[in-house]
Design a protein around this ligand. Structure first.
Ligand SMILES: Cc1cc2nc3c(=O)[nH]c(=O)nc-3n(C[C@H](O)[C@H](O)[C@H](O)COP(=O)(O)OP(=O)(O)OC[C@H]3O[C@@H](n4cnc5c(N)ncnc54)[C@H](O)[C@@H]3O)c2cc1C
Length: 455
């Protein structure tokens, strides 16, 4: 075990500032919540080298999830929605590593580096990082509600790898279907089931529907469009619970018009490689189950010795501080924060994570510089979702909008939020090209020739 804090202190010995006077902020997580805190700390602290900032994340990039479904459809190129965490680190130190343990008493976090090197790792070991202030921004993982069969047979939509795997699988289904002579099997190959009525499920089913229909029209002329079945299964009674009832109904209607079958109030109860069973006994024959049924905090968050809600999210006070632990903050999908306007917890959205990060950064700096802490009291200015190609729904400053206008606002807003000018330009070019060309149906087999020989 190596203490990285000591290693870092040694590196700073030439600095005039007494080592003991330095404050160490440790940010865990490189998603919306963690990166926004980092950006704000970097901007506010500037050249104040009495404070060290360390960031740990298991991925060395920040993933812009609202555009992930467009990676599935191939509208946006994979690398264009990710930005290296190091691009945000002007003075902060970044560690790409898995967080193994968090000790509030010792004020210490243990991390270990994972590597995809081909050589057998002989000397990988854990490292420890000491902190004075800790930010927990660890998001969540896909929640299967204990259904191991669903976990085993479904595709998820949480990471870049998920989007690539799903895209390749969908194209594989098109290829298989175009060869298949058995009518029933062909239909099941052409049936795609997405589960989840939140952002991830709705936006994914919209993109998947567009990909399949455009690809069949453009390239797979031997597939009968009547065989295509794209289904959204939702356990709740409305999709996009964050929007009003009439906007949700509008979204449902528009999705139906684009050919998506909507099944509501009927949760999935089991799955096999060939079908999905719903609570009312309906069985859907399919080889594609996409699970976007919700998120739950990771085990390491659930097991922390602090207060949690029923779902395992960390309960924080009005300053977003973890109750009972000075200098420890939690926000984003891993935290449970009550909205004083509604009395309910804030939903796990990127927008909320970013707003919470502003408060966390402010309060951290206030603690260090003995300033004034602020409450988190955010009222959403609006909410937008893309429900398919050139269609969207949303509420902006209390005004409801839908159709192509909502879709254009969605695009403009999210483009403005995407980090770095380079990535913005790349995404705009991707969108522009998509307007004039058929979808790209190349299926990338992501393994080396050596691996392929062993499969
Ligand atoms: C497909 C999809 C579409 C979405 N669309 C929208 C949308 O349109 N609008 C919207 O507002 N929200 C949307 N969301 C929700 C939004 O992505 C989340 O609410 C947001 O990402 C939460 O931010 P976070 O920083 O809390 O968590 P995350 O973004 O999940 O970040 C968590 C970070 O912690 C790191 N981490 C986790 N565990 C460990 C560990 N053990 N060790 C090291 N690092 C770890 C991860 O690598 C990651 O960097 C969408 C989500 C998905 C999946």
């Amino acid at each position: 075990m190596i203490d990285l804090s000591i290693a870092r202190v040694k590196r700073n010995e030439t600095n005039n500032i007494e080592v003991n006077d330095r404050k160490r902020i440790l940010v865990l997580g490189g998603g919306f919540a963690g990166i926004e805190v980092l950006r704000r700390l970097e901007n506010t602290l500037g050249n104040d080298f009495t404070v060290d900032i360390n960031v740990v994340s298991k991925d060395n990039f920040f993933l812009f999830t609202p555009m992930l479904p467009e990676v599935v459809s191939g509208m946006i190129e994979t690398r264009h929605i990710v930005t290296p965490v190091r691009a945000f680190c002007k003075r902060a130190k970044f560690y790409e590593a898995i967080i193994r343990s968090i000790d509030f008493q010792k004020k210490q976090v243990t991390i270990s580096n994972e590597t995809d090197t081909k050589n057998e790792p002989t000397n990988w070991h854990d490292h420890t990082l000491d902190y004075d202030y800790l930010v927990l921004a660890l998001g969540g993982e896909t929640n299967f509600f204990g259904m191991e069969d669903v976990k085993k047979y479904s595709y998820t939509m949480k990471s870049l790898g998920d989007a690539i795997a799903l895209r390749n699988h969908v194209i594989d289904m098109l290829e298989q279907s175009s060869i298949e002579q058995d009518g029933e099997l062909r239909k099941s190959l052409m049936t795609f089931v997405v589960v989840g009525g939140g952002f991830a499920g709705v936006e994914t089913v919209g993109e998947l529907n567009a990909l399949v229909r455009d690809a069949v029209r453009g390239f797979y002329h031997d597939i009968d469009t009547q065989d295509i079945r794209v289904v959204l299964v939702n356990a709740g009674d409305k999709i996009l619970p964050e929007v009003s009832d009439d906007l949700s109904s509008f979204a449902t209607q528009k999705m139906k018009e684009s050919g998506i079958e909507m099944i509501q109030k009927n949760p999935v109860s089991s799955a096999t490689p060939y079908n999905v069973k719903l609570k009312d006994g309906t069985v859907i024959e399919t080889h594609t189950l996409v699970w976007a049924g919700g998120v739950t905090p990771e085990k390491i968050v659930k097991e922390l010795q602090c207060e949690h809600d029923r779902g395992g999210r960390i309960i924080v006070d009005e300053y977003l501080g973890v109750k009972g632990f000075d200098g420890v903050y939690a926000h984003g999908d891993c935290a449970s924060i009550t909205d004083s306007h509604t009395g309910k917890p804030y939903p796990p959205t990127a927008q909320n994570a970013v707003e919470q990060a502003k408060v966390v950064a402010n309060n951290l700096i206030s603690e260090i510089r003995t300033g004034t802490k602020v409450n988190f009291n955010y009222k959403s200015r609006g909410i937008m979702a893309q429900i398919g190609k050139r269609k969207g729904v949303g509420i902006l400053f209390g005004m409801k909008t839908h159709g192509i206008l909502a879709w254009m606002i969605w695009r403009t807003y999210y483009l403005s939020q995407l980090p770095t000018l380079e990535k913005k330009l790349r995404v705009v070019i991707d969108w522009f090209i998509d307007m004039f060309f058929k979808p790209d149906v190349t299926r990338l087999k992501i393994f080396t020739e050596n691996q392929a020989n062993h499969t």
